[in-house]
Design a binder for this molecule. Structure first.
Ligand code: F6P
Length: 325
């Protein structure tokens, strides 16, 4: 199959720091290969409504350091309907677009997979989500920045927790995945980490806090993923209060973790992914995702990855438990 003459790039799902760096890389790699590039606005909604803008070398200047996405993003629930996907495919064809780069998380991949299967659209998926839960890649764009943002917050909370001899529960994002929580917990020296992948360890946390108190430690920090088994952080605080009588302050970091300037690691990853996505389209690949495994860029068939869940390695869970004393 010959290289496409014109491609489209979009960002879909929750935005992630580094998406702009990926767009820049897609645009600059494509134009260098004489491929025209347009961007669909607002994710799949932009394809359905044919809201597309032309992208040039210049239109992606000065964005590598910016969080968010210049193309805007959305979850486009209407894309679940076959009619909407047919409309999107028709709009792509009418605009002479011969390849699509879809940057986003698992929902984005599902949409891309269907578009390629049902309508033969040449699609490459590029992992962009702070959750780091995409099967087939060791890391996703935005994860490193989100972890560092949350970690900075935890370091600040530790200052006030220590000054007031308090127990804090810090809730981090991740939907039904515990990657952000486990890394933030490990790096922030949390007394306990609550993640969706494991049973709730409230008693273990209480023991850990008590051991600390016995050693003269007067403040503690627990990290809770938003999808952990007990519920939200406030539910956890209530359970700890009922079981041990400890009064925990709750801090929900929320969307702060999605914003901000991407770290160097995310910018480099996004640049590598964007380049690889265009190279894959040039080679005629379709229905594939780009990922990184053991620091090597790989392309994997959607059939092998879509619908599968990547889980936090046991090694990290065990280490977090071991160090929580
Ligand atoms: O998938 C990224 C993410 O930030 C999750 O961690 C979180 O659960 C969700 O998106 C929040 O989505 P929204 O911004 O639509 O509320």
């Amino acid at each position: 199959m010959s290289a496409p003459r014109k491609i489209c790039v979009l960002t879909s799902g929750g935005d992630a720091p580094g998406m702009n760096a990926a767009i820049r890389s897609v645009v600059r790699t494509a134009i260098t290969s004489n491929i025209e590039v347009v961007g669909a606005l607002g994710g799949y909604a932009g394809l359905i409504q044919s809201k597309m803008i032309s992208l040039s070398m210049n239109s992606v200047a000065n964005i590598i350091q910016r969080g968010g996405t210049i193309l805007k993003s959305g979850r486009a629930p209407e894309f679940h309907k076959p009619d909407a996907r047919a409309q999107a495919a028709q709009n792509l064809k009418a605009a002479g677009i011969e390849g699509l780069v879809a940057i986003g998380g698992d929902g984005t991949y599902m949409g891309a997979h269907l578009l390629s299967q049902e309508h033969g659209v040449r699609v490459v998926g590029l992992p962009g989500t702070i959750d780091n839960d995409i099967f087939g890649t060791d890391e996703t764009i935005g994860f490193d920045t989100a972890v560092n943002t949350a970690l900075e917050a935890i370091d600040r909370i530790r200052d006030t927790a220590a000054s007031h001899d308090r127990l804090f529960i810090v809730e981090v994002m991740g939907r039904d995945s515990g990657f952000i929580a486990i890394e933030v917990g490990l790096a922030g020296g949390a007394e306990e980490v609550f993640i969706p992948e494991t049973m709730a360890n409230v008693d273990h946390a209480i023991q850990s806090i008590k051991r600390g108190v016995a050693r003269g430690k007067s403040s503690s920090i627990l990290v809770a993923a938003e999808g952990q088994k007990v519920g939200r952080a406030y539910d956890l605080a209530e359970q700890i209060r009922r079981k041990a009588g400890f009064d925990a302050k709750v801090c929900v970091l929320g969307h702060i973790q999605r914003g901000g300037s991407p770290t160097a690691r995310d910018r480099v990853l996004a640049s590598r992914f964007g380049h690889a996505a265009v190279e894959a389209l040039k080679k005629g690949s379709s229905g594939v995702m780009v990922g990184v495994q053991a620091d090597r860029i790989v392309t994997l068939d959607f059939k092998e990855t879509v619908g599968k869940k990547r889980v936090v390695p046991n090694e990290l869970i065990e280490l977090a438990q071991l160090l929580a004393h």
